[in-house]
Design a protein around this ligand. Structure first.
Ligand SMILES: *[C@@H]1O[C@H](CO)[C@@H](O)[C@H](O)[C@H]1NC(C)=O
Ligand SMILES: *[C@@H]1O[C@H](CO)[C@@H](O)[C@H](O)[C@H]1NC(C)=O
Ligand SMILES: *[C@@H]1O[C@H](CO)[C@@H](O)[C@H](O)[C@H]1NC(C)=O
Length: 171
């Protein structure tokens, strides 16, 4: 509990970095990672992706898997020499930890019908640069707001100060 509060305080004082580190995208939204979803459209809808974001693939056990491949293998739906592959359980959380393109396919044959995802991880823009309003439409994937208005930031700072004071009283 105390730890969580401290983490909250740290996050409040470094809003931007924490917010960007905790973006989780459910691939395919509520449909998940299944045949019949156009993941090119999904990727467009949820751009931009940044280092520290997570992709969570929810899939049917034994009929789907998540295979990370290179561009060539993505184009050919070739899962024979994967960079990584995952097929345990019902979900797989993958951290995007470098900029550039990532490619994922399903190795069960559904790739040919479009069960494949190509995603571009972009460098973070500087905090002073105006952030696009794109994020607001992707609320279903629940990314926390990247840009806080200055009044929200002020409120958060006041909240943090109050929480810190409360913490000190407890100690
Ligand atoms: C996934 O990886 C395991 C172990 O590295 C390997 O045995 C298996 O063939 C791979 N599956 C695919 C579809 O690449
Ligand atoms: C990058 O992410 C992959 C998959 O989540 C992980 O296996 C790997 O260790 C990570 N690399 C670094 C440098 O964090
Ligand atoms: C997905 O949608 C894009 C854009 O509308 C289209 O170009 C592409 O052919 C579609 N892919 C599949 C597999 O249907």
């Amino acid at each position: 509990m105390g730890k969580a509060l401290l983490l909250l305080l740290v996050c409040v004082s470094y809003q931007l970095s924490c917010a960007s580190a905790f973006n989780r995208f459910s691939v395919g939204d509520e449909k998940g990672w299944i045949p019949g979803v156009n993941y090119t459209i999904w990727e467009k809808k949820h751009r931009p992706f940044h280092v520290g974001d997570w992709l969570v693939f929810y899939y049917q056990p034994r009929t789907s898997d998540v295979v990370q491949v290179d561009e060539d293998a993505y184009d050919k739906c070739d899962a024979s020499s994967p960079i990584s592959n995952y097929s345990k359980g019902r979900s797989y959380a993958f951290e995007l930890n470098h900029t550039g393109r990532y490619y994922f396919i399903c190795s069960f044959g559904y790739c040919y019908q479009g069960m494949k995802l190509s995603i571009l991880v972009e460098p973070l823009t500087s905090p002073s640069a105006p952030l696009s309003a794109k994020k607001k439409s992707s609320a279903s994937a629940a990314p926390p707001p990247l840009a806080l208005t200055s009044s929200a930031a002020l409120a958060a700072t006041l909240l943090a100060a109050a929480a810190a004071a409360a913490l000190l009283r407890v100690l």
